[in-house]
Design a protein around this ligand. Structure first.
Ligand SMILES: C[S@@+](CC[C@H](N)C(=O)[O-])C[C@H]1O[C@@H](n2cnc3c(N)ncnc32)[C@H](O)[C@@H]1O
Length: 271
């Protein structure tokens, strides 16, 4: 992995945040994963792949419903957590360390392949989509969730807004997020992978808003993955955390509303 790669492309970064991710972010991403799982409406016992499973949000939904599911992630720390959660539901190896751009599965091994807030952030997202398509059986379903706001969701949205205000010339926050964050863009990514788009659903939940101090104390944890973070010196990082805290002070009591786009596409059947 070249040293210039942003943290988000480095499994060691995800290892370092895995415990926190499982305790905090996954509580919310799990709700979107559950929504995506229900939208797919798969038959019982379906063979399911969860690409970039993280702490196993989608994997857990699938296993609970009796699917024959496996999740992959390039972060061993995330895989360990996902496997431990899966083991409470179903026996066997359910989470594996693997790069989503180069899946170690034969073609046509799954009835459905999901990627919840995963594939869109790969350095080569097109390879991620193509790999999902390759491992699907004909007529199999691909389900991809992305954030509608390129700044992400929940507290990340505020950090992105703070960065935009203070450092307008920096890429905010993750250039590739803008490549997929509309129904048209998501459909185009499916088509490029030879998948037939069926629907894009908007799924919105409100994230609890942490107090303003949380933004002062957790800027690195919440935003350290961003290419922008690497470019800031200590004084800029402090100013950035203060800006996010100021934005948090203006949040409505109900929290931070965040919308995911859940795209569904099908692999063409054999005529
Ligand atoms: C935002 S998290 C989403 C995790 C989970 N799907 C969820 O909804 O909570 C992104 C995940 O993508 C994984 N990831 C990033 N690049 C990857 C790659 N090239 N191959 C496999 N996993 C990758 C990270 O390790 C991380 O667990």
């Amino acid at each position: 992995m070249p040293s210039k790669a942003p943290a988000i492309h480095d499994p060691a970064h995800w290892d370092s945040v895995s415990t926190n991710y499982a305790a905090e972010a996954d509580r919310m991403t799990g709700r979107y994963a559950q929504a995506a799982w229900e939208l797919a409406a798969l038959p019982p016992g379906a063979r399911v792949l969860d690409v970039a499973t993280g702490a196993g949000a989608l994997l857990v939904s699938a296993l609970r419903d009796g699917a024959d599911a496996v999740g992959i992630d390039f972060s061993p720390g995330m895989v360990e957590i996902a496997q431990a959660r899966a083991a409470e539901i179903s026996p066997g190896r359910r989470a594996l360390v693997m790069d989503g751009q180069q899946l170690d599965f034969p073609a046509e091994s799954f009835d459905a392949a999901f990627s919840i807030f995963g594939v869109f952030m790969f350095p080569d997202a097109a390879a991620g989509f193509a790999e999902m398509a390759r491992v699907l059986r004909s007529d199999g379903l691909a389900v991809v969730a992305v954030w509608e706001n390129a700044g992400g969701a929940g507290p990340a949205q505020l950090f992105a807004q703070a960065a935009q205000r203070l450092f307008p010339d920096q890429p905010v926050p993750l250039p590739m997020a803008r490549l997929f964050n509309s129904p048209e863009l998501l459909d185009a990514a499916f088509v490029e992978a030879c998948l037939r788009p069926e629907a894009v659903h908007r799924v919105t939940y409100t994230w609890p808003a942490p107090p303003a101090d949380w933004f002062r104390e957790h800027a690195k944890l919440a935003y350290g993955w961003s290419p922008v973070w690497k470019m800031l010196d200590d004084a800029q990082r402090t100013a950035f955390a203060e800006e996010a805290a100021a934005l948090a002070a203006d949040l409505p009591p109900e929290g931070i509303s965040s919308t995911a786009l859940v795209g569904i596409a099908r692999k063409a059947g054999i005529d």
